[in-house]
Design a protein around this ligand. Structure first.
Ligand SMILES: [Zn+2]
Length: 428
């Protein structure tokens, strides 16, 4: 008899436990309005069901599964988790005026600690995925893995390693006294010529890079290079793209000057970031090839705000490029080129990433395109549209909410008050 009861109990448990677990796992979000990043429209009174970190149902007349946790966002607008394609989590905007060589004085481990603070701020602002495009040593890779393992709270990180030619914006010793900083670690991702470019891409992928970042032109904050010139030959750019593509990695180019941007587009670079100087013909080529631009308007705003703190070289470059940038971005927004979202947080302030939306809309981008830039279009630029960027069945449950209607007032995006990543609620 005892044995029979035991067997019966076991049988009951076998049936009951999985069903109960499934019920407990279900989380239901009641959305007053939902931004549909497929159609670009707002849909009223929608329900989203989440199980095991994924979206399992989305619709209007969905019954709440028994035992499900219900999150009431009926007075809010719900959107896909935001994506920032240009961050430097290990850098701080408060150090913008510091000499770029200050990394010589700091313990590399400090960078990851700083990054973990910025990562939390970024997630709480509604950014559930970021692409990090330049950090000291292996810090971005370490932080990426620690967040994925749940050790540290932060967004999903797509970690880039930055490659550049000798003396370029991506060469960390640019502007230092000759011989200073001639360590293997600093030369690791510096190359000259197509063959070395291929080796550098392979080394970056071996070291753990998810994406390859290159400096196609000079930068504002590097010391001795000029802002306009290209810093890679066409052959080097093509070698980078060919090798990265072979290894299933995308390429992101830092580029300010027109010629460098044009060369990068023709070489097949996937996203071009900053894009300070654009003309109609390069925008036409971008549209034909499906190239994404990432304007990083916040970076320029922050640099201009702090121009008096900058060393003379960077200050002069910032001043020279100022009138061109705004006109170029306005010109781009008048076309249907694919605009993807990036802030250059690290140059700009972490956790304030959503201020980019207001800058984009002020420069003529429609609110719908601004929202798409940080959702579906950004996921597409990453090659992660199967997983991220929209609220659809099967995708990761990265879901945020804002009070009010961002299509009426884009600045409500700066007041994110609900954040879910992979089905876990981080802010409510
Ligand atoms: Zn940057």
């Amino acid at each position: 008899m005892k044995k029979t009861i035991a067997v019966l109990l076991c049988a009951l448990l076998l049936v009951a436990v999985p069903a109960q677990a499934q019920q407990e796992e279900a989380t239901v979000i009641r959305a007053g309005a939902l931004f549909d990043a497929v159609s670009g429209r707002l849909q009223q009174d929608m329900t989203i069901v989440v199980r095991a970190g994924r979206i399992t149902e989305v619709g209007r007349d969905i019954a709440v599964p028994e035992g499900a946790r219900v999150i009431d966002l009926s007075d809010a607008t719900v959107l896909p988790g935001l994506i920032d394609l240009h961050t430097h989590l290990m850098s701080s905007h408060t150090r913008l005026g510091a000499h770029r060589g200050e990394f010589l004085f700091q313990y590399p481990e400090r960078a990851v600690l700083l990054g973990s603070v910025h990562a939390r701020q970024t997630l709480m602002a509604g950014f559930t995925t970021v692409r990090d495009v330049g950090a000291p040593g292996s810090s971005a890779l370490a932080l990426r893995d620690a967040i994925a393992e749940g050790i540290v709270t932060g967004p999903r990180i797509i970690a880039g390693i930055g490659l550049g030619t000798t003396g370029s914006h991506c060469d960390r010793t640019t502007g230092l006294r000759p011989g200073t900083g001639d360590f293997d670690a600093f030369r690791r991702y510096v190359f000259d010529g197509p063959d070395e470019a291929r080796a550098a891409v392979r080394r970056a992928v071996r070291d753990g890079a998810d994406v390859i970042k290159i400096c196609a032109t000079a930068g504002v904050l590097s010391m001795t290079d000029e802002i306009g010139p290209t810093q890679m030959t066409v052959a080097e750019l093509e070698a980078v793209v060919e090798t990265a593509t072979m290894l299933n990695r995308r390429v992101v180019a830092h580029a300010h000057g027109l010629e460098g941007i044009r060369n990068a587009v023709r070489a097949g670079v996937h996203t071009i970031d900053h894009v300070s100087v654009l003309d109609d013909s390069v925008l036409r080529e971008m549209r034909q090839r499906g190239t994404f631009i990432v304007p990083t308007m916040m970076a320029f705003t922050e640099v201009m705000k702090r121009i008096d703190d900058l060393p003379p070289g960077p200050a002069r470059k910032a001043d020279a490029i100022r009138p061109l940038v705004r006109e170029s971005h306005r010109r781009a927004f008048r076309t249907n080129v694919q605009v993807a979202f990036g802030t250059d947080a690290g140059v700009a302030e972490h956790g304030k990433n959503a201020e980019e939306f207001g800058l984009m809309v002020d420069a003529g981008l429609t609110p719908v395109r601004a929202l798409l830039s940080a959702t579906r279009v950004a996921a597409d630029a990453l090659g992660r549209l199967d997983d991220l960027g929209t609220i659809e069945v099967g995708k990761r449950a990265d879901i945020i909410a804002v009070p009010g209607n961002p299509l009426d007032d884009i600045r409500v995006m700066e007041r994110v008050n609900f954040v879910m990543k992979d089905g876990h609620v981080y802010r409510d």
